[in-house]
Design a protein around this ligand. Structure first.
Ligand SMILES: C[C@@](CO)(OP(=O)(O)O)[C@H](O)COP(=O)(O)OP(=O)(O)OC[C@H]1O[C@@H](n2ccc(N)nc2=O)[C@H](O)[C@@H]1O
Ligand SMILES: Nc1ncnc2c1ncn2[C@@H]1O[C@H](COP(=O)(O)OP(=O)(O)O)[C@@H](O)[C@H]1O
Length: 287
């Protein structure tokens, strides 16, 4: 009895969800002397994503499973492994990978953040201050605050409370888009930031109307890199009830916003039939 309990404690598995990150807006406001761009972005998280499982072990190991596992590095360069190294905690790690790769939805950063949360719970250690080392999207994912305004180069994260739930469809053509290449292709690196005051406390239709006046400044450059993205936009725009379309991050995932869950689900159904090789999912964006 005592032994069994001891064993159960030793093999405690902590599971952490790594949601897709959606940039509802992405304004590129300048470029620093080190080449990195300053951003102003309103971020929310989807209810689809990857799962990370961690249990204490003497040496770190990583097993990658799931539908998109074959597309990610399996060794020490996986962001899950790098997050464990940054935490200074050794663990047996499993990444269950569902999100498309190099997709503008921060999959690797979200996996790293989920790993950090799991290892913090397992070890009692605090979340390290330098998560930015794991990518510009890692701080917003690690903050775990839900909706947030991301600025600086991704290192400044301000929680945004009082955002409504949004009903979205995510569409990715399964063509990887290289973030660095999209930034390189930008013609205009100095665009206005979002207004200081975000539309806090509005309902979904008020938020969508406000979003319509905002931008993703990487869209044109991403379409130049991968022209299929304009087909992704066109496919979303013609779905009944689509209120807004935009690209997330550096692409190629684009999202459509809808007034309710049923309309979003039926748009996702139609699109999946028309484009069986694409990754298409209806999702709720939560604050
Ligand atoms: C564009 C964004 C917006 O949320 O999302 P994704 O498209 O990755 O999802 C992020 O800023 C990306 O974050 P992440 O993918 O973690 O980027 P990193 O690995 O840090 O950077 C990849 C490359 O993008 C460029 N980069 C990235 C961030 C930034 N603020 N300025 C840049 O110029 C740099 O050339 C860098 O070498
Ligand atoms: N756990 C991981 N998941 C996804 N990509 C990873 C992971 N670890 C390392 N990478 C590398 O990071 C790169 C960016 O992937 P990803 O985070 O999916 O991009 P994006 O932020 O554009 O959605 C990939 O090309 C991949 O080689």
């Amino acid at each position: 009895m005592g032994d069994t309990m001891h064993h159960a404690t030793m093999s405690r598995v902590v599971e952490s969800f790594a949601p897709a990150k959606i940039n509802l807006t992405l304004h590129v406001t300048g470029q620093r002397s080190d080449g990195y761009h300053t951003l102003d972005s309103l971020v929310m998280f989807a209810d689809v994503g990857d799962h990370v499982r961690a249990s204490a072990a003497e040496q770190t190991s990583l097993r990658v499973v799931g539908p998109t596992a074959h597309r990610v590095p399996k060794g020490a360069d996986n962001l899950v492994y790098r997050a464990a190294t940054l935490m200074g905690v050794s663990a047996a790690l499993t990444l269950e990978k569902h999100l498309p790769i190099a997709a503008g939805i921060g999959g690797g950063s979200s996996d790293a953040a989920a790993t950090i949360r799991a290892l913090a719970e397992l070890s009692g250690r605090p979340i390290p201050a330098d998560v930015l080392a794991l990518g510009a999207d890692a701080p917003v994912c690690a903050a775990g605050v839900g909706a947030a305004r991301m600025s600086g180069i991704g290192d400044l994260v301000t929680p945004v409370r009082g955002m409504p739930t949004l009903h979205a469809v995510l569409v990715n053509p399964k063509i990887p888009v290289l973030t660095a290449e999209v930034f390189q292709r930008l013609r205009n690196r100095n665009n206005p930031a979002m207004p200081d005051d975000l539309p806090i406390g509005t309902d979904a239709s008020g938020l969508i109307a406000w979003l319509a006046g905002m931008r993703n400044d990487l869209q044109d450059a991403a379409i130049e890199c991968e022209p299929v993205i304009s087909q992704v936009f066109a496919s979303l725009e013609v779905t009944p009830g689509c209120l807004l379309t935009r690209m997330s991050g550096s692409g190629g995932t684009c999202f459509g916003l809808y007034g309710d869950e049923e309309t979003a689900a039926s748009a996702a159904g139609r699109l999946s039939e028309a484009f069986p090789s694409w990754w298409i999912t209806a999702t709720q964006l939560n604050s």
